[in-house]
Design a protein around this ligand. Structure first.
Ligand code: NCD
Length: 315
């Protein structure tokens, strides 16, 4: 399977394609353990261009590239440390970076920034989060995690909890959940933070069973996956609006006692108050394992892009 840009999970609405990516990620994990990873990125350079903060996404992409034999050039706070401060457009910056690097990973505060940037890009470009738009590689690692933890992706019940309005990981994830048969989605959020209409209509089109609610309690004994998100403070117009909803749901021991015994708790991280540290020791807390899985999904994607790129050059 050839892969160039990774911009939205809408590119991957196909079970065989998703299974191919997840199987490759599982192979990467295995080969990493055995110390025999393919060096498919040897001689290639990845540019990590981040205009917003990141811990997991940037470091796991960089680690993945290095482990596959490639090299990395990187800037965090690109808004301050690149020519953006001098007024350079994103399109110009991306065009220039494509002259230095073989793959660009971009995080930007504006929705659809990566789609626009890809149009100026001479090389494959990966969306590492575009404002309140999407975060496709996170959603792929989320699905990979569910498959690993539950052993299946069909016939699962998932509660998406918290900031469904601005949370880009959820936006990318609903597309992928909708691909699998028998999936039930509970959308749990304060009214002001409910999932935007474009994603609801996607679920309706795909005939996915979903329910919107503002209470967490009714779903706790029904779900296989409790996917908790941070209220996205940086997207609110005023602090008052953020304060009104910031601690709407807190997963603590009391919540745990009502959650099914074989359910898992996920979170893209970083967490603020949504999951109390007392939950971490519970076997159902999957969020640190989830973060580790990001490394293998990103290895799989970089490997696929690198191999496709070589094939394209040969043609
Ligand atoms: C998420 C993001 O940046 O959208 N973080 C991540 O990449 N794991 C979630 C968040 O910031 O809340």
């Amino acid at each position: 399977m050839r892969l160039r840009h990774v911009l939205s999970t809408k590119q991957f609405l196909d079970i065989p394609v998703l299974n191919h990516i997840f199987n490759l990620a599982a192979d990467m994990e295995q080969m990493d353990w055995q110390g025999n990873l393919p060096q498919s990125c040897r001689g290639k350079i990845l540019a990590a261009v981040f205009y917003e903060p990141s811990t997991r996404t940037r470091f796991s992409f960089e680690t993945a590239m290095l482990k596959l034999g490639g090299n990395v050039i990187t800037t965090e706070s690109a808004g301050h440390f690149s020519s953006a401060t001098k007024g350079e457009t994103l399109g110009d910056t991306i065009q220039i970076m494509g002259g230095y690097a073989d793959i660009i990973v971009l995080r930007h505060p504006m929705k659809d920034a990566s789609k626009a940037a890809a149009e100026s890009s001479l090389v494959p470009l990966i969306n590492a989060g575009d404002g309140n738009g999407e975060h496709p590689t996170q959603a792929l690692l989320d699905m990979f995690t569910i498959r690993k933890e539950l052993g299946r992706l069909d016939n699962i019940s998932v509660a998406l909890v918290g900031d469904l309005l601005y949370g880009r990981t959820v936006h990318s994830l609903v597309h992928l959940l909708a691909v699998f048969p028998g999936v039930k989605i509970y959308l749990v959020s304060p009214k002001q933070l409910s999932l935007p209409e474009e994603f609801l209509s996607h679920l309706r089109e795909k005939h996915v069973h979903f329910e919107e609610l503002s209470e967490l309690n009714p779903v706790l004994d029904k779900v296989d996956v409790l996917y908790v998100t941070r209220v996205q403070k940086e997207r609110f117009a005023t602090l008052e609006e953020y304060d009104a909803v910031k601690d709407s749901y807190v997963i603590d021991k009391a919540v745990l006692s009502r959650l099914s015994a074989d359910a898992i708790i996920m979170h893209p991280l970083p967490r603020v108050n949504e999951i109390s540290p007392e939950v971490d020791a519970d076997e159902r807390a999957a969020y640190f394992r989830q973060a580790k899985n990001g490394l293998y999904i990103r290895m799989a994607l970089l490997h696929m892009i690198a191999v496709s790129h070589d094939e394209l050059r040969e043609v």
